[in-house]
Design a protein around this ligand. Structure first.
Ligand SMILES: Nc1ncnc2c1ncn2[C@@H]1O[C@H](COP(=O)(O)OP(=O)(O)O)[C@@H](O)[C@H]1O
Ligand SMILES: [Mg+2]
Length: 442
């Protein structure tokens, strides 16, 4: 240093950082969906850039002896062994604030809707701790979805985590869009993960519509994007929902679909060298799911009500992801293909669905009314075989009689057109009216 020259603290630190030698690693191999890099000092989760400007961003998913494995956040094509790799440093930042309403973002929180730059509030690190279990507020307030069958038969509570289980084409996405439009929550955050590009546009333009979009934030990673982007989209959406919760707001976070998030983690885990376990899913899949779902829920103030769709192919309810999700979530709504094919929408299988918080958020008379309708539906289901062959004799079971005599009223209550939304009080009023018609029998 020149004698007598004393640089100021901050300038000095900046000058030192700029002058520090930067370590450059090299790509040693590109195999399958990932790449191996040697010569870098990196930790798990660090971001790196492969190649020269602008380069390809990638994330460290495994650290080995002397090298690290990375997964790309873009297309791997063109990356070769010997390419330089530099650490990027710093966590991934997620935009927050009311400027996000009506916007469609990619898995990294960048706008993809062509509506210009984001008017974002402060950006926050994507990683966050789940709220302390002891400090979480209890779930005691019902959340309106605007869908009669959900609001009365499987009432959701603010801060609940609910699964929507169904095969493909049974009405999951349509039901989510009904909820996005009909909910009384202040904010909707919608994550579309692993859908086809065409479905995304249909969802945004036809199902959600301009009015629904205006009060929502949508995060999209389509099926053709790298696994890491799809995984990121789930966490970015969750982080955005948390940022609104931190302001004391009630948020609905809808994820379509959780199964595709799990599939993305399967790709990541296997590429990182994890052993496949149940149906090829490496153990990390299940811990990531738990971590993701734990982030929703109530905090000290505000709430994130999580609604996650889970794909159930065929009737395979022992599918490992459906199984794991069911054990973590506080309730499940099952959509039934048999109802969907007869044009009964929303195709909710009332008897197969349950909300574990319903008893905590509903009054006694409301619970009684819901129980009455359940009893009638259950009796009818038990007698369905007899009814189908014409062997049911009127008068045998008053509950079945009530169901058959008032079939029209029951389905009028349970079915609901997509563009119709019913407020909570009206739903309960209609259910009260229905149970009084079903009579003292019930
Ligand atoms: N409430 C509804 N009213 C009328 N039709 C519906 C309703 N919900 C879903 N559908 C029909 O079901 C089809 C498949 O629904 P979708 O939500 O795309 O299923 P999934 O997301 O489970 O694959 C839709 O194209 C639509 O025709
Ligand atoms: Mg869908």
């Amino acid at each position: 240093m020149i004698a007598g020259w004393r640089p100021k603290g901050a300038d000095y630190a900046a000058a030192l950082a700029a002058a520090a030698p930067q370590r450059v690693g090299v790509v040693t191999s590109v195999i399958g969906l990932g790449l191996e890099v040697s010569g870098l000092d990196c930790a798990l989760g660090d971001l790196v850039t492969v190649g020269e400007h602008p380069g390809l961003d990638a994330e460290v998913v495994a650290a080995l002896d002397g090298s690290v494995r990375c997964m790309p956040l873009g297309r791997l094509a063109g990356v070769a062994a010997g390419d330089p790799v530099r650490t990027k440093g710093g966590a991934v930042l997620v935009p927050t604030g009311p400027g996000l309403f009506g916007r469609v973002l990619d898995g990294l929180g960048r706008p993809i809707d062509g509506k210009g730059p984001l008017l974002s509030g402060p950006r926050v690190a994507i990683d966050n701790e789940a709220p302390n279990a002891m400090k979480r507020a209890r779930i005691d307030t019902p959340l309106q979805t605007g869908v009669r069958v959900l609001d009365t038969m499987t009432t959701l509570g603010k801060g609940q985590r609910m699964g929507l289980f169904a095969g493909s084409g049974v009405g999951k996405s349509s039901l989510l869009s009904m909820i996005a439009r009909g909910t009384d929550a202040e904010v909707s955050v919608i994550a579309l993960v692993g859908e086809r590009g065409r479905e995304v546009r249909e969802f945004l333009e036809d199902d959600l519509g301009a009015a629904g979009l205006a009060r929502s934030v949508v995060v999209v990673a389509t099926s053709d994007e790298p696994a890491l982007m799809r995984m990121r989209a789930a966490f970015t959406a969750t982080r955005i929902a948390e940022s609104f919760r931190d302001q004391g707001q009630d948020v609905v976070l809808m994820m379509d679909s959780l199964t595709r998030v799990a599939m993305a983690q399967r790709e990541i885990g296997l590429s990182a060298g994890e052993p496949p376990a149940t149906r090829g899913y490496p153990p990390s899949t299940f811990s990531i799911l738990a971590r993701l779902l734990e982030r929703a829920g109530t905090a000290e103030t505000g709430s994130v009500t999580g609604i996650y769709t889970v794909l159930v192919d065929g009737d395979d309810h022992n599918e490992p992801i459906a199984d794991a999700a069911r054990s973590i979530l506080d309730g499940h709504v099952v959509l039934d293909r048999k109802l969907a094919v007869t044009g009964h929408f929303p195709s909710v299988d009332v008897l197969g669905s349950v909300s574990r918080v319903a008893t905590k958020v509903n009054s006694r008379p409301h619970l009684d009314a819901a129980a009455t309708l359940r009893r009638v539906l259950a009796a009818r289901k038990a007698a369905q075989d007899l009814i189908d062959v014409g062997a049911y004799q009127a008068g045998t079971n008053p509950l079945v009689d009530a169901a058959l005599n008032h079939e029209h009223e029951v389905s009028g209550f349970l079915q609901q057109p997509m563009d119709e939304s019913t407020a909570h009080p009206e739903s309960w009023q209609r259910l009260g009216h229905l149970t009084s018609i079903l009579g003292a029998a019930a």
